[in-house]
Design a protein around this ligand. Structure first.
Ligand code: SF4
Ligand code: SF4
Length: 265
């Protein structure tokens, strides 16, 4: 597949989002008065995947080791700007009001950060004329070829990896110990802005200044409850002595559950 791309500046990608942020970006977003949430998911981790499994390597790089009862897991936490309708930084003329400081993910779109997600123009918000032949080459033979975007994606993955310990600190500081089962959904945590800003600023100091990933052996970051809206998943967790927690439709005061699909009996 070959894809050419030129942004039409239609701003369709600037609406109704949970926008993943780095810790510095989240501090800036909150400081501008925006809303930031934490999304958590956990995957059972019974052994290390082979290096050629790029999808598993991506998950491992952006998650920290933990446990749920007897089950070893890895927990991934996304710090995300959240907004319904237009982004609070979108100007009436569709320009970005923080263009020089816009988040990394805004610079990468419409490309994919996750190496296991295949790039598909039809899954993107961009209008048909953004993909007109003859504009800049984005993908050739199915591979991303735009050098600037490739460098941004590499930077994003590197920051994801070095911020893992900071996210573990952040969860501990905020008393967060629930995560959805990976691929079923996310647990969405919405701490008040002041507490979150303080916790982010404290967590920031656990990020290595040289942005290198620690070579130290990993420690386990707490005992987590795995939340699901599927009774079969909760029963499967109980069978391996993990802490499963069923979540129904009733509102919960300490978190929300964002399901990727229908609940099952
Ligand atoms: S920060 Fe700018 S580029 Fe990113 S979603 Fe908001 S308006 Fe769009
Ligand atoms: S939806 Fe696509 S074409 Fe429109 S502003 Fe976003 S990146 Fe550009």
């Amino acid at each position: 597949m070959d894809v050419d791309f030129a942004c039409t500046q239609c701003a369709k990608c600037c609406h109704d989002l949970r926008l993943p942020l780095t810790i510095d970006e989240a501090i800036d977003w909150l400081s501008r008065g925006g809303t930031v949430e934490l999304l958590s998911e956990a995957m059972p981790w019974l052994g290390e995947p082979p290096p050629e499994n790029t999808g598993a390597a991506h998950k491992r790089r952006r998650s920290f080791a933990a446990s749920s009862g007897e089950l070893p897991v890895r927990v991934a936490v996304i710090v995300a700007a959240a907004f319904s309708g237009p982004c609070p930084n979108l100007l009436p003329d569709k320009r970005c009001g923080i263009y020089p400081e816009r988040p990394l993910v805004c610079r990468i779109y419409p490309a994919e950060i996750n190496p296991s997600v295949k790039f598909e123009p039809r899954h993107k918000a961009c209008p048909p004329d953004a993909w007109a032949n003859g504009s800049s080459a984005l993908v050739r033979a199915g591979r991303l070829v735009d050098a600037v975007t490739m460098e941004l994606i590499e930077r994003s993955r590197q920051i994801d990896a070095v911020e893992v310990a900071a996210k573990a600190h952040l969860c501990r500081a905020l008393g967060i110990d629930r995560a959805a089962i990976s691929n079923e959904g996310f647990v969405v945590h919405s701490p008040d802005a002041g507490s979150l800003l303080n916790a982010l600023q404290a967590a920031k100091y656990s990020v290595p200044e040289n942005h290198s990933v620690s070579a130290q052996p990993e420690s386990s970051h707490g005992d987590w409850r795995l939340v699901s809206n599927r009774r079969a998943s909760v029963a499967a967790l109980a069978a391996v002595a993990a802490h499963g927690e069923f979540v129904g439709d009733e509102p919960n005061s300490s978190f929300r559950y964002l399901s990727f699909g229908d609940s099952a009996a």
